[in-house]
Design a protein around this ligand. Structure first.
Ligand code: URA
Length: 233
């Protein structure tokens, strides 16, 4: 009932204990009774609960200082705290670091998420990367030709220099693997420190002008392009 967005878990327990729930016509008043949402006839005060939601797909502009897990022992803010208005449980597709911003896809479609994060599908992810100091041409070349990190090759990164001065340099980088902290480690490997990192595209999906901390559902065109990329259409 809480998954169906009807009430909180605690209140659902009270509904059960007060005999308001029936499953397949029989009153249920024991907590922990199993019933299958979508298969059994589950009612509250005689009203059928809505069918399980279909699959949902949304994108969030992840703010700095949020965690892409469903819980955090240190109590840091979670990306899912930002989508509390979505009545369905959704999961981040892959991860962005605590200090990375930008495009994060969330869904309850496990197969879709699995394919989009599997190395076999080589989904390109593009980042706007700010590094400290003026990046050298040699470092740019190394990123483009492919470097090896301590957990294996990082592959070639399509790298475009947007701006460079003595204080900082801004690049656009596209990678197709999803190694942990890959962009930061690649830059470290060529001698530079990332000071700001934002993901601006994921596969065919663009962050566009979605504001930091805001989310929206994908439109049908965005979804069908991504599904095609994942071999699901
Ligand atoms: N690369 C990183 O270093 N961090 C991210 O969050 C994503 C890619």
């Amino acid at each position: 009932m809480s998954s169906a967005g009807l009430t909180s878990r605690r209140k659902a327990d009270q509904w059960i204990l007060s005999g308001r729930i029936t499953v397949n016509g029989k009153p249920v008043n024991a907590l922990g009774t199993t019933a299958f949402w979508g298969r059994d006839d589950i009612r509250v005060d005689g009203q059928k609960i809505p069918l399980p939601p279909q699959k949902v797909y949304l994108m969030l502009n992840k703010p700095f200082g949020t965690i892409c897990s469903l819980n955090d022992p240190e109590g840091r803010p979670l990306v899912t705290d930002l989508i509390k208005d979505i009545p369905i449980r959704v999961y981040p597709v892959g991860r962005l670091d605590f200090d990375t911003l930008g495009l994060l896809l969330l869904t309850n479609d496990g197969e879709f998420a699995h394919r989009l994060t599997h190395p076999r599908f080589h989904v390109p992810k593009t980042y706007k990367v700010t590094v400290q100091g003026a990046i050298s041409d040699e470092a740019l070349k190394r990123l483009q030709t492919g470097i090896t990190l301590n957990d294996g090759p990082a592959g070639r990164a399509r790298t475009e220099l947007i701006n460079r001065n003595n204080e900082k340099s801004i690049l656009r980088m596209t990678i197709t693997q999803g190694k942990s902290r890959q962009v930061r480690r690649m830059l470290e490997e060529v001698g530079f420190t990332v000071i700001h990192l934002i993901r601006i595209s994921f596969g065919t999906l663009q962050l566009g002008d979605l504001k930091i901390g805001h989310h929206r559902y994908l439109d049908s065109e965005e979804l069908s392009k991504l599904k095609k990329m994942a071999g699901l259409a």
